[in-house]
Design a protein around this ligand. Sequence first.
Ligand SMILES: *Cc1c(COP(=O)(O)O)cnc(C)c1O
Length: 393
Amino acid sequence: MDFFKRTWAEIDLDHLAYNVNEIRKCLPKTTQMMGVVKADAYGHGDRYIAKEMENLGIKNFGVSNLEEALSLRKNGVESNILILGVTPVSAVKKLSEHHITQTVYSLEYAQQLNSAAKKENICIQCHMKLDTGMGRIGFRAGDDLSAIEEMVEACQLPNLNFTGIFSHFSSSDDIGEEGIAYTKGQKERFDKAVMALEKKGIHFDVKHLQNSAGVLNYRDCRYDMARVGVILYGLPLDTLPGCAISLKPVMSIRSAISMVKTVHAGDAISYSRRFTADKEMRLATVPIGYADGYLRAFANKGKMIVHGQYARVVGSVCMDQLMLDVTHIPDVQAGDIATVVGSDGDCQVTFGDLAQIAGTIHYELACLVSRRVPRVYQKGGKTVGIVDYIVEE
Ligand SMILES: *Cc1c(COP(=O)(O)O)cnc(C)c1O
């Protein structure tokens, strides 16, 4: 029984490089890629992922908050970092000290940030966020141009330096007729607002609008930058005809079987007896559970791969363990590896497969792989690093 850990995530940096290369082919030469590495790089671990992306020539990163930005700086990332969400204005000094760019999404926030910066006698680099139809944050950029004066006022604040302007698609992965019309409407409103600002003499170095699905499905966009997240990690999206690209999944999750046993007809398995054996069966206990991010919703529905064959989850998923039916797979022993997400032989389980069971999206499941699961980084078939959050803490 000698294996690396009970459960671990393998992060394939070669697959990341492959994806970066494939995505670049969809972008005009003049469009830079921003690597969106919020939420610990969608659960993949931001330090190795961001460093690897820097090595691949990516010079811009997007994060959700100040702590994520500081974590990148601490790990030696020197590229531009844009915080896509709010930062408390009390933290202005940190923004400036670490050369972090802040999203400014309303006149009220702009004024508060400006006042805080003024007190410290510093200037904050900002990107202006427009709401063209996402309804989340941003200066309203509807079909009318009613908020243009507010945008202008924000741009004139002396302690804010606006170097960029952007907006966010809500439905660029919706390839139905209405979804396409809606996305095109967002693009039009963005272009219109930017033009109106330019007419007033306000120019931005960097304009950006596309997310991953925007890059794949709206190739006529020619902005300075595209904010790419999920597809970097090899998680696919719905695409319009002719827009699909080849991606390789970056994360696999594996677990070492802790026990194999024979059960008999009538034996009840796991919490609440949600599974009862109807015949003699071989069951393997796998040390992964909902505290690792393997949802309780996968009870009696999830499948893993053992010895290159599918094995289904039987009974409830516990916090730390679950049971698999391996009756049909010969010679399974404690210590053998169960592939939770990833490939083994001809079989594959993706985050997308699991998301379907739980009625969610692959984004969410990747983010939910918990800190109890160490990340093992691989490149050229070798392990190049391990992040074990629990041991560090
Ligand atoms: C998360 C996020 C992205 C990346 O989205 P993907 O669908 O993963 O490409 C881009 N821009 C903003 C503002 C985001 O919040």
